[in-house]
Design a protein around this ligand. Structure first.
Ligand code: PEP
Length: 249
């Protein structure tokens, strides 16, 4: 049985006091859920968030990390540093990292390797741009993003990998992929995995959908057989909305 996961990506939002308020609100709403629940605060708020949530079933995860263990990489954070503040899972490859910080598939492959070498779990994001979808190239683009960054891995690595399909045209735009578009792409992603690693691996990897998921559309998207949860941006900044999405399972 694949894990169902709902992860909130807070991006560069919430200073310390806002983080504390949101965590208090989350704690007051947290209840038993079928899904694993995660939140990703900024680097500076990871430790307070971890301390505040460590007795709950909400996991604190990071939004990014560097591939090196340490060294002359001003402004960067390593896997070891994340683990030192209780973080076991990292989001890699978010489209905003790819677009604004020039993160390539090759760089992401190194980050994935570093996270796995440190026994961390990776939520690996990818997705096509609007022009790719309009030209009918969305499967080629997504297939290449997956192959280039992940297909050097042994099949055993996939027990620590969660995939997040996030069409760039649906992130923060209010535009959502239809449940059918999400299902079609998730089925393609699973087939891509199966062709390389076999059905057992493909059927064990959770594939999340991200892109303007809201309380109003979560249930229909999550009802699709190959959609195992969501990566939530804007709606994760509000505890009521976030838990309405979690409870959509
Ligand atoms: C995201 O940033 O991963 C995301 C899906 O954002 P939003 O939900 O705001 O579209």
């Amino acid at each position: 049985m694949r894990k169902q996961i709902v992860a909130g990506n807070w991006k560069m939002n919430n200073d310390l006091s806002q983080t504390e308020s949101l965590i208090d609100a989350l704690k007051s709403k947290a209840q038993t859920s079928n899904a694993e629940v995660m939140v990703a605060p900024t680097f500076t708020n990871l430790y307070p968030a971890f301390e505040a949530l460590k007795t709950t079933n909400i996991e604190v995860v990071a939004q990014n990390m560097h591939f090196a263990e340490n060294g002359a990489y001003t402004g960067e954070i390593s896997a070891n540093m994340l683990k030192g503040v209780g973080v076991q899972t990292v989001i890699l490859g978010h489209s905003e990292r790819r677009e604004y910080f020039n993160e390539t598939d090759e760089l992401l492959a190194k980050k994935v390797d570093a996270a796995l070498a440190n026994n961390m779990r990776v939520i690996f994001c990818f997705g096509e741009e609007l022009a790719d979808r309009k030209s009918g190239n969305e499967e080629t683009v997504v297939g290449n993003q997956i192959k280039n960054a992940l297909f050097h891995l042994e099949s055993s690595a996939f027990k620590n990998i969660v995939l997040a399909y996030e069409p760039v045209w649906a992130i923060g735009t209010g535009e959502t992929a239809s449940p059918e578009q999400a299902q079609d792409m998730h089925a393609f992603i699973r087939k891509t995995l199966a062709d390389k690693y076999g059905n057992d691996v493909a059927n064990s990897v959770s594939i999340l959908y991200g892109g303007s998921v809201k309380p109003a559309n979560a249930e229909e998207i999550f009802s699709k057989p190959d959609v195992d949860g969501g990566l939530i941006g804007g709606a994760s900044l509000n505890a009521d909305d976030f838990f309405a999405i979690v409870n959509a399972f």
